[in-house]
Structures are given as structure tokens and as C-alpha cells.
Ligand binder design. Sequence first.
Ligand code: XUL
Length: 523
Amino acid sequence: MSNFLGIDASTQSMTGLAINTDTSQITAEVSVNFDERYGEQYGVTHGVIDLEEGQVHSAPLMWVEALEQLCQQLHEAGVDTGSIRAIAGSGQQHGTVYLNESAAGALESLDAERDLAVQLEGIFSRATAPIWMDTSTTRQCREIEAAVGGRDTLLQLTGNAAFERFSSPQIRRFWQIDDYSWGRTANISLVSSFISTLLAGRLVGVDPGDGSGTNLMDIHSRRWSQAAMDATAPDLAQRLLPIARPDEVVGAIHAFWTRRHGFSPECQILPFSGDNPNSLIGLGLVQPGQVALSLGTSDTLFACMDEARVSNSGEGALFASPDGEHYMALICFLNGSLAREAVRDRYDLDWDGFAKALRETPPGNGGALMLPWFAAEIVPHVAEPGVIREGFDETAVATNVRAVIEAQALLSRLHSEWMGVTIGSLSVTGGASANRDILQVYADVLGCTVQPFETTNAAALGAALRAAHGHAKTLGAESSFSDIVTPFTSPPAESRVQPNAAHREMYDRLLEEYRRLEADHLS
Ligand code: XUL
């Protein structure tokens, strides 16, 4: 039996997802909800502790408890932990965990007779961990950019300008506000590497996927950058472990887990990565030009890229792919369902009525164009909300429906140009992906095949697939990522929507019109 486990330590819960690569099936999926189980004990709401003034933290000891609870739930779900050959995982990105010098010894000598949390409560130099929702570090962002030689230098070096939630500004702030605890910090982990550390029973480094969410990693060499570390805090190199190869096993699971939770002593641990880089794998994006779009309140675009290109205007984040070879872009359009629902509700439509309006209007909408900024927008940056209509007005119901969907598709084409890849296929997830008329607009505007793709937890699935890939490598098997992900990530052929070639030129022209309209209103 070829069983593998992916663990996703996300903001509100910890999920375990088991796969069997012989049958290409997800065999179990269990989740520990932080609020339900630990809300009172750790003072978390939606998994986080609001410390005010933009400081949003979580409790690393809660994650320790949750990991044991997850194993318990895997047993209850009938998973034979002894049959799991390898584990990889995923963590909410950017969050930092501060460990003191007792951590390494405490991890090595774990005792299977006692709870993990009881044994590890003394290993932290900071009781809480700032996470990606923390916005308290604007000053540190500017300081770091200035210290490396400016925003563009940091962007070219690490793939991203400084963002408040990234690890480097968070680390810098900690050093500035709590010199005493900084002095007691022997090692800094990310959420991802902290969980792999617990499983391996020794300090494990981050992979390049999560390393690229720190503002500290040279995106080209995939190693820590001395210049970025110097710009952050003193003696940081001593506190960060070298970046681990994402496909190389770090060692066997610690005896604590074999004795207490039934894992095999041969079960291998892979470096964990960030949730977004893992999702790239879990969505099957392992070749340049493969793109996924998650249609949620906001729409998020994930893409696999061949090279480390950056968005000079800050329109997306760049991460290394945990496939060890490629890169990923992440672009967030805030006006996703928010805009679709605003139009639907304005005209009292249901989703069937919305789809009917799309079918009744011609592709290109007779030249009608909309800038759908129902709320302030992230990409492109729009501070003041305001919907712009060109060539129509608010009274034309069906035209407004087509205009918002064509705008969203044109925006995803326009604002992913910096990636420098031709979009070859688009997988669409989230509620609106069930609407084939919406998918047809994307297929025509982007000129590629579009497929709906339903997944419960792409990050945990991606992690499990990485475990399978890393394990195959230890056996000397030359299986490519495509071979491993395809059976789990290919929607049925009949669900695919093909582009209509007759509309190609018209949408190329419309894109230029749209570029002009947007530029006029942003200038
Ligand atoms: C990405 C980001 C979030 C977290 C959430 O940059 O901050 O997606 O990874 O888990």
C-alpha cells in the first residue's frame, strides 16, 4: 500500500489528508478546528489572538496540541498510521515561531509517555507567533527596503517588495521592541518548518517555497540573502537554518510518534512548505503556463512560471514552487464574488438568471466595458471604489452582467502579463466555477481550455503529493511531478470548456481597449 499524509496548518484549523497512490484516491481527511477545541484555553478567535494596533498573533503551543489531536482523529477515521510512508505539509505563510536554546534538546528527548505540549511548553522565547494577518510593521518594511538599497533592489533580490505580513519585517519589529527576548531566541522557524520540526524531533529548515515569503531569501539562488538578513536584525544567520531542498527527505519521524501514535519508524518527513506553494501542487500546476483561479469573495490567481519574474508595480507575490524547479505567482483581485453579487443583487437575479443574461449577450458585449471597482481594489491598486461604464449605462441589465464577467476575465489577462508565460490552461475553483457560462467567457478571453476543479483542501493534497514524490525519489524512482499529480488533479474531460477561436481577435482588440480605459482612470 502506498499511503502518504499531507498536513495543513492553516489559520483556523489543522487538516490531515491521506492519499493512496496505488488507487489514486484520497482515503481520509480530518480537521482540528482551533476555536472549537482551544478557543478558551489559548484565547483564539478564528484561530488568532488580536493584540490590537494591527498585531495579530497565534499560539504555537496550540499547534503542538493540535498535531497530537490530529493523529488521534486520523486513527478514529480508520487511518492505519503505520502504513504511511512519508509526510509532507503546509503552513499558513509568513508566520514566525521563536525558539529558545532548550528547543533542540527537548525535541530530541521527547518521551512517548507524556503529552507533547507538556514537554514543549518551555521551548519558546516568545509565547505567541505573529502571523500573516499582522499589519503592524509598515515602518519596518520601509527600513528594510532602504537598508538593502531601495524597494526595487529588495524586489529583484527576494522576488517581493517588503509586505507587512512577511517574516523579515515581523522579525525586525520583534528585535526592536523586545531586545531581551530576542537575545533568548536561538532559532526562528516559520509555521511550516515548526510542524516538520515537531514530527522529525529536531530543527528542520524551511523550503524555498516558504522561504520566498520571508523577504529574506535570494529568489534566484534559493538561499538566505546576507544583505536581506543584515537589513532585518543582527546575527540573523545564526538563528535561521539553511533552506532545505523541498524534495529531499529530512529524516525519519521521531520515535515519539511511532510509540505514541503508531507511525512506522520508516515513515519519512519532507520539509514543509507554505500553504500557497503547496496549493500550486495540489491544483496540479506543475508546468509553466498552467494557471488556477479561485473564485471566492476575492478572486485569487495562481500560476506556474518558468522563471523568477517579478511584478514591478507590486501586482502579485512571487514564490518558489516546491516542485524544486519552477516559480509561482499569486495575484489577488479583491472584487471577485463581491462584484458578481453586487450586479446580481442590483437586478434581482438568481444565478440562473445571471447565466441566462450571459447567454443572451454577444461576446464582446457590443464594445461595452466596465471597470468593476465595487470596492477599493488590490490589483490594480484603486484606493477609492467606483464603477466605470463605457458604452452603456446602469439600466441595461444583461449588458451589465456580461460587462462584469468580461471585465474580470480581461483583468486577469492584463494583470498577469508580467508573469511572461502564455496561459495554456485554467482550472477554476470556488462557488462560481459551477457556472459554465462564466467559464466560457474566461475560455474565450484567455484563449485557453478552462476546467472546473473542485477541491476541498488543495494545500493538504499538494503536501500529500509532495510526500509521494519525495518518497519515490528515495527509492531512486524517476517519477516526475506530472506523473504524480495528474491522477489526483485532472477533472473529467467532459467538464472542460473550449475557447471559441472565432472570438480570439475580437478579444485581443478588446484587451487593448480595456488597457486604455483602465490607464485613463488610474492616471
Ligand atoms: C499569502 C498569505 C496568505 C496566508 C494564508 O501571502 O499571506 O495566503 O498564506 O494562509
